[in-house]
Design a protein around this ligand. Structure first.
Ligand code: G6P
Ligand code: ZN
Length: 567
């Protein structure tokens, strides 16, 4: 500890656009770097936390996904936390800590919450996106009541506090204390290696010996390919697969060096943006492939020759096989949950097992209360998120280790496992069409018109022909949700059109983009005729997709005649 650091109170002007979206505030990196945009948001957060608990009693965690401005952001947060009288910060070395690892550290050390510097799957770099996300003491994303309260503060802010003389080397693991002007207690910063705690958590959940033998089978290696898309997951992947599981020969890794611009990758693990993995898998050399997003909470699972497992099916298959994982044998299995646009595949597993199934709005934050009150054990979203109650974020590595645990136990290929699953439960064909970054008001007008149909009920019971099929609308609404634990109410979460045969069409606007509006169309249709199970989802769903586009008049409103991404 040397010298006392002065608290500077700097004037600032509020912004009107700091409303967090589905998962934190995301804007172009340059926006965050200019005019105290970042500082305003962080100060508003500290002011909000202070209303619940004096900051001098608070310990907070700070991590990030390694993108441009994360290291600088971490340093600013340290200086502002000092000036705001925060008791202690636990900081990831170099600011590198995956979102699931942040959730773990918050819980493990019983801290009061944390800040994650990430725009998740959005591209990074000075000309791309940046983001800030706040997590609460259960380790999960802050619920809307909190993010709205922070947003209120961002619109009134006049000053922020900072100790600009604090300088700390965030690349070295150590603890350091600082004397702050006017404060009776020192401000403490602890720089930690976020991989250590995370590995310990994974070892407490999975049987690493079984996984080790899967990857080191004497005669023939079970070869897998992992692509971290130059996001935060690289260090976790190499540590777990190469060191802990000793799989250097069987686990081929790519893009495992976190880069500030993700090496130009769009770090979203889907068939479009993770095409390198898809191509690598197509050669047929690997039994299993996986990719993660920028901050490591999303995952994509592929089987041999690039056999694609939809996130909806991934959730259902894991739900059906959870008993192979030691954690669930110890903790038991409560119910399941999925976001509304996610297909009903997991519903069928829940039904068969006599477990409760919860349908929530899009966004991981809605699962937190259900997990805290032990209503659910695992949950997932069509947006490539799968996770369990071991933390309060979705967890890409957890999903991959869960899949490998299942494959090691049932001794089948990914494709075979899926086929067997469909034979038992039937198949929910699912697809999502994304129309990204649309300028103008078209998407909003399109949704408004659909909302009108929901209110007037005018399409109810109407039958629409499409291709060789006929679809009759049984229900059409704008999804809303009352949290069964705290009764909080969330509305306007997407237009649902449900047909008499159980097929569903959903339209909603993305809450994670940073430029223009992104329209998402989700289509889910159930089949229990085994002769259809090996059909292509796009082919099977074509009539419903066309019908959806017609009902919404998507082309007329958006000018787009094809989607940017299909998953
Ligand atoms: C983030 C959240 C997810 C959510 C997804 C939806 O990844 O963590 O919980 O499903 O965003 O994004 P969207 O762009 O559809 O609002
Ligand atoms: Zn993410």
């Amino acid at each position: 500890m040397s010298g006392t650091h002065k608290v500077e109170i700097r004037e600032t002007k509020p912004f009107t656009d700091q409303k967090p979206g589905t998962s934190g505030l995301r804007k172009p990196t340059k926006t965050f770097k200019e005019n105290n945009y970042f500082e305003n948001f962080i100060q508003s957060y500290f002011d909000d936390v202070q209303e619940q608990k004096p900051l001098q009693q608070c310990t907070l965690v700070v991590g990030g996904d390694g993108r441009n401005f994360v290291k600088e952001g971490v340093k600013i947060i340290i200086q502002m936390a000092a000036a705001n009288n925060v008791h202690k910060l636990i900081v990831a070395s170099n600011g590198i800590m995956s979102t699931p690892a942040v959730s773990n550290v918050i819980r493990k050390y019983s801290t009061d919450g944390g800040i994650v510097l990430t725009a998740s799957h959005n591209p990074g770099g000075i000309n791309a996106d940046y983001g800030v996300k706040f997590n609460i003491s259960n380790g999960g994303p802050a619920p809307e009541a909190i993010t709205n309260s922070i947003w209120d503060k961002t619109r009134q802010i006049t000053h922020f506090k900072i100790c600009s003389t604090i300088d700390i080397d965030i690349s070295q693991l150590h603890k350091q204390q600082f004397q702050i002007e006017g404060s009776s207690q020192p401000f403490e910063v602890e720089i930690i290696d976020s991989v250590d705690d995370y590995v310990e958590l994974m070892k407490s959940i999975f049987d690493f010996d079984i996984l080790k033998s899967l990857l080191n089978y004497e005669k023939e290696h079970f070869k897998i390919m992992i692509n971290a898309l130059s996001g935060v997951m690289g260090p976790y992947v190499t540590r777990i697969f190469h060191q802990e599981l000793q799989g250097k020969d069987s686990v081929i890794v790519k893009n495992c060096q976190p880069l500030e611009d993700f090496g130009g990758h769009h770090p979203d693990p889907n068939l479009t943006y993770a095409h390198e993995l898809v191509e690598d898998m197509e050669h047929g050399d690997y039994e299993f492939g996986a990719a993660f997003d920028g901050d490591g909470d999303r995952n994509m699972i592929l089987g041999k020759k690039g056999f694609f497992v939809t996130p909806c099916d991934s959730l259902a298959v894991l739900a059906a096989n959870l008993n192979v994982i030691p954690y669930f044998r110890t903790h038991g299995i409560n119910g399941y949950a999925r976001s509304m646009p996610t297909s009903g595949a997991v519903d069928r597993v829940a039904k068969k097992q006599g477990k409760e199934l919860y349908e929530t709005p899009t966004g991981w934050k809605f699962f937190g209360n259900l997990m805290d009150s032990k209503k659910i054990s695992i949950c997932g979203e069509e947006s490539f998120g799968t996770g369990s109650d071991h933390i309060r974020e979705k967890d890409g590595m957890w999903a991959v280790l869960s899949w490998l645990s299942v494959l090691a136990t049932v001794n089948k290929s990914v494709e075979h496992l899926l086929n067997q699953h469909w034979q038992t439960y039937g198949r929910n064909f699912f697809t999502r069409y994304d129309y990204e970054e649309i300028d103008g008001s078209g998407p909003f007008a399109m949704l408004k018109r659909l909302e009108g149909f929901c209110m007037s009920n005018e399409l109810l019971n109407k039958t629409f022909p499409s291709g060789t099929k006929q679809y009759t609308i049984q229900l059409m609404d704008d999804f809303n949700y009352t949290d069964p634990i705290d009764q909080s109410y969330t509305e306007k979460q997407g237009i649902r059109i449900i047909f008499t045969d159980g097929s569903r069409i959903v339209f909603r606007l993305s809450g994670t983009g940073s430029r223009g509006a992104t329209v998402r169309l989700y289509v889910d249709s159930y089949e229990n005729d085994p002769s259809t199970y090996d059909k292509d989802a796009q082919e099977m769903l074509q009539p419903l997709v066309s019908l959806a586009l017609n009902i919404a008049q998507l082309k007329e409103f958006t000018g787009r005649d094809k989607p940017t991404v299909i998953t």
